[in-house]
Ligand binder design. Structure first.
Ligand code: CAA
Length: 261
């Protein structure tokens, strides 16, 4: 694996890549060099055929405490505007492979937004989410106002964005933003995310990637357009070997062997 300064990468299970944010001194504050490394690793794994699902995590104490406030504090409008500050963060949302966020500790500001850019969020009971930008005189800039509104609704998003208060793993689960809080007795949230990623990695990858694409369409287009799109993509899977294999295996009462083709 390539060595990075602010992230660690590994392959904890067959078909699964794990990216660990590793800037402990700043609670994984998302400075530009860290994000550049994250984007590089994500792109490399997306292009690597042996990787079929990704997990993104931080430390026990912090998934990520937000954009780097010290890096931002002296920036001027013209600089952030012309430099398209934060635009590169969205690369994560353009990859085809599913990515699971395993969140422990602080996921604040850009950290919460980073989790929201992932396809599935699993939380440890210690996870603390929030968009505290209002407390430093700004608003979310990495998609928080939009993705949070989609995830938890307008009234809660307004409360979170305008008061800057944090919310707990349990609240995030009750509101449907995280798929599950992994209880401490079940082991670490990272292990649970890797296990889930391994299940996803064991499926036909064309179907997995198509599934991700059509679910995302539900957040980007009208219901009618989305339904039509889903059906078209569903039809297109009948051109794959994995559709023939999957359905034949069912009929023959055996396990399918995917060729991802
Ligand atoms: N940027 C830069 N440095 C940060 C940071 C951030 N977002 N969050 C934490 N750090 C640094 C602290 O400055 C501190 O560094 P020093 O030891 O050099 O002083 C170190 O990490 C440890 O942090 P604390 O001493 O503050 O730890 P704590 O346990 O007392 O508090 C915390 C933890 C509540 C998360 C607190 O650090 C905090 O409030 N952080 C900022 C959270 C925040 O406002 N995030 C939003 C950023 S703006 C944004 O993200 C914009 C966007 O939409 C993209």
């Amino acid at each position: 694996e390539k060595q990075y300064e602010f992230i660690l990468t590994s392959r904890p299970a067959d078909g699964v890549a794990l990216i660990t944010l590793n800037r402990p001194k700043a609670l994984n504050a998302l400075c530009t060099p860290l994000f550049n490394e994250l984007n590089e690793a994500v792109k490399a794994f997306d292009n690597d055929d042996s990787v079929r699902a990704l997990v993104l995590t931080g430390s026990e104490r912090a998934f990520a405490a937000g954009a780097d406030i010290k890096e931002m504090k002296d920036k001027e409008f013209s600089e952030v505007f012309k430099g398209k500050f934060l635009e590169s963060w969205s690369l994560l949302t353009t990859i085809r492979k599913p990515i699971i966020a395993a969140v422990s500790g602080y996921a604040l500001g850009g950290g919460c937004e980073l989790a929201l850019m992932c396809d599935i969020i699993l939380a440890s009971p210690t996870a603390t989410f929030g968009q505290p930008e209002i407390n430093i005189g700004v608003i979310p800039g990495g998609g928080g106002s939009q993705r949070l509104a989609h995830a938890i609704g307008k009234s809660r998003t307004m409360e979170i964005v305008l008061t800057g208060r944090n919310f707990s793993a349990q609240e995030a689960a009750d509101w449907g933003m995280v798929s599950r809080v992994v209880p401490a007795e079940e082991g670490s949230v990272v292990d649970a995310a890797v296990k889930m990623a391994a299940v996803i990695a064991s499926k036909s990858q064309i179907a997995v990637q198509a599934g991700k694409e059509v679910v995302n369409a539900a957040y980007e287009q009208s219901l009618q357009e989305g339904l039509r799109y889903e059906r078209r993509v569903f039809h297109s899977l009948f051109a794959t070997k994995d559709q023939k294999e999957g359905m034949s295996a069912f009929a023959e009462k055996r396990k399918p062997t995917w060729t991802h083709s």
